[in-house]
Write a protein that binds this ligand. Structure first.
Ligand code: HEM
Length: 205
């Protein structure tokens, strides 16, 4: 009986940790501590948050292989859905604070900032993955589920492209996220993936 309770607490802890940055940014805006452009503050921070959530989600499979700890696998769906939640809030911040809900501006915006189209494709991809992450879809899609969810690698590439397009001057931050993404993806290469359990075995001796 104790084990399910521990996993429940673990899941609740992860939920609260994922929610915390949003609460913090919300409080900063409410207390006028978010600088002269609170809308932009929310847009940029939530965008970075979404990328971090995506990287964390994609890290869980290699971490499970390396540690064999069930806890990482248990929060994969939750973090995937948090990625979608952050990306949706990021898009809503754009619609609210940049567009001012004036949809007539969207056409000229897409020409002026084509990276938004890349962000939109990434968001649609995340929505498809979120909608098919439940047990019913896993059963219905059968063998097609795994290849479909590998589309998350393409989404990561799209988000990095979207981010790359936004930053023009200081590439340092982008390069850091791109390096983390490269590392996470490298752990999926068959020779590296095969080495992870062996490495764990060697380190534990
Ligand atoms: C409809 C979809 C999306 C729209 C309209 C959108 C819009 C934007 C805009 C307007 C910016 C700021 C550009 C600037 O400062 O000039 C931005 C930056 C960014 N977006 Fe998106 N985006 C979308 C999807 C996504 C998704 C799905 C992610 C990640 C999961 C993401 C992550 C980021 C990141 C990391 C930045 C850079 C933040 C920074 O410079 O600190 N975006 N996006």
């Amino acid at each position: 009986m104790a084990a399910p309770r521990v996993w429940l607490l673990w899941r609740i802890g992860v939920f609260l940790a994922a929610l915390a940055p949003l609460v913090f940014w919300g409080c900063q805006v409410a207390s006028n501590a978010a600088g002269p452009e609170p809308g932009n503050y929310l847009l940029l921070n939530i965008g970075i948050g979404g990328l971090c959530m995506l990287l964390l989600t994609l890290s869980l499979t290699p971490l499970t292989k390396f540690t064999r700890w069930k806890g990482f696998a248990l929060i994969r769906r939750q973090l995937g859905l948090w990625t979608l939640a952050y990306a949706t809030l990021h898009m809503l911040s754009y619609a609210l604070f940049i567009l001012g809900l004036n949809w007539a501006l969207l056409g000229s915006e897409l020409i002026k900032r084509p990276y938004i189209i890349v962000g939109m494709i990434a968001l649609i991809g995340l929505a498809v993955l979120g909608a098919t992450s439940n047990r019913w879809s896993i059963r219905r899609l059968g063998k097609r589920w795994k290849p479909l969810h590998k589309f998350s690698y393409v989404i990561l590439g799209l988000v990095l492209l979207h981010f790359f397009w936004v930053v023009r001057a200081d590439m340092q931050e982008w390069a850091m996220y791109a390096a983390i993404a490269a590392l996470v993806m490298a752990t999926r290469l068959p020779p590296v993936a095969r080495t992870l359990p062996k490495l764990r075995y060697r380190l534990s001796r």
